[in-house]
Design a protein around this ligand. Sequence first.
Ligand code: GLP
Length: 242
Amino acid sequence: MKIIIAKDYEELSEKAFEIMRAVVKEKPDAVLGLATGGTPVGLYKKMVADYLAGGTSYRRVRTVNLDEYVGLTPDNDQSYRYFMRDNLLDHIDVDLANTHIENGVAPDLTAECARYNALLRELPRDIQLLGIGANGHIAFNEPGTPFNSETHVVDLTENTIAMNARFFADEKDVPRRALTMGPKNIMDAKKVLILACGANKAEAVFGLVNGAVTEQLPASILQKHADCVLIADREAAALIGG
Ligand code: GLP
């Protein structure tokens, strides 16, 4: 794993942007695996600013997202579909028809997972962006998720519900279930870029880099990825020598 320690969030976002830009420059029809959460917002802002300034075009890019809440329609402002449009997709020249995310209101969630797995096979990702949960989760793969699992329905842990409650009016509004790519889907990406910011991620980052490869810390599987880059700010890197 390549490790980049950034002095602050601004530098983390800039370095992540440089990697993303390089992927699209080399392959204008690249497939980008995108992520939600607070951490990638700075990167998305830089992608938008660069596009508006006449930089990178995303006209031929395809995107696939990691996860979506069960029960939220795309126009619900807490859905991850909405988040992606609001933070990135509506502000660049990507064709929205080429942007994909699980359908959290599909009538048959098992069939929806199968559809998404088939889509991921059709669209091999050139890069997969990731954040990391304080408990080491990636996407919504909570501790204990089998490493060989693909897109599936998950019951969110109390920890994750509490962490994500900050985006909702009330903790009881946070959906209890989600659809998420599995660790296997994530490992299938050609390159993985994982971002970690803040002191509450330090233990998870330690496990990601130095811990045992264990399903109890889903991110630890990335130690086995051939091309994984971690960008952490100093707080998140505190236990790995940051
Ligand atoms: C959610 C998302 C994850 C994300 C995590 C951390 O649980 N499903 O993909 O990595 O939150 O979010 P943040 O970047 O806001 O700390």
